[in-house]
Write a protein that binds this ligand. Sequence first.
Ligand code: FAD
Length: 227
Amino acid sequence: MFLRDSFSCSHSAKGGSGFRLITARGEIRARNVIVATNGYTGNLTPWLRRRVIPIGSYVIVTEPLPPELMKRLMPKGRVVSDSRRVIYYYRPTPDGRRILFGGRVSVSETDPRISGPKLAAELTRIFPELAGKRITHSWCGFVAYTFDELMHVGQYDGLYYAMGYCGSGVAMASYCGMRVGQQLLGLKEGRTAFDDLSFQTRPLYTGNPWFLAPSLVYYKLRDALPI
Ligand SMILES: Cc1cc2nc3c(=O)[nH]c(=O)nc-3n(C[C@H](O)[C@H](O)[C@H](O)COP(=O)(O)OP(=O)(O)OC[C@H]3O[C@@H](n4cnc5c(N)ncnc54)[C@H](O)[C@@H]3O)c2cc1C
């Protein structure tokens, strides 16, 4: 389970020839530092924190299901995502025996012990045949949205950064991570289409997305209405 700010904090301070990084396990010096904290960007890098919006996403996994039931519910074994504004996404686990189901079931951030049963209710609404099946796993994590809904790669105040994948970071975080590493080494192949974009923030936004709950209420309402 991930909780925001649950990891031990570290500090970096710009020294004469680079950075001094103080971690729970000791201190190191580095000529360059890449910040790749995405939805966990904290007070250590306030400029970046003002530019990403941490949003929790929640997942459950069912107990192993009978093969004939899996075949009936997900005959092609594909990844599914609905077309609402506040979406649910689901797929068979790689072994094809369980259903992994994700989405957002509360307007403010919550505990996976609370989100688990709520997600299970949504899963059963979509697949009534799953009523009574056990949920064996429930967890959550933070993704990072940005004000222009694009990821950003660049440098600020001597720190390199790559973040803001807006919930689609499995492929893009690896790609941008490699490119920002190449940028740091001065290699021209490190350039990306995201380098020169202005990394926007909004007045008075400091990293606490107070507007998230009302926005979710609005989007859920629009999902409920035929518009
Ligand atoms: C439930 C869920 C479902 C998702 N589903 C999908 C999906 O289907 N497809 C998709 O493409 N993407 C998905 N994503 C998004 C994807 O997981 C992220 O975009 C991706 O993991 C970002 O990778 P990252 O390495 O940039 O950041 P992360 O994987 O978030 O890693 C950031 C790391 O920074 C560390 N950190 C923060 N501060 C400090 C500090 N001060 N010192 C040291 N370390 C620090 C954190 O502990 C964390 O380990 C999902 C995310 C969640 C939470």
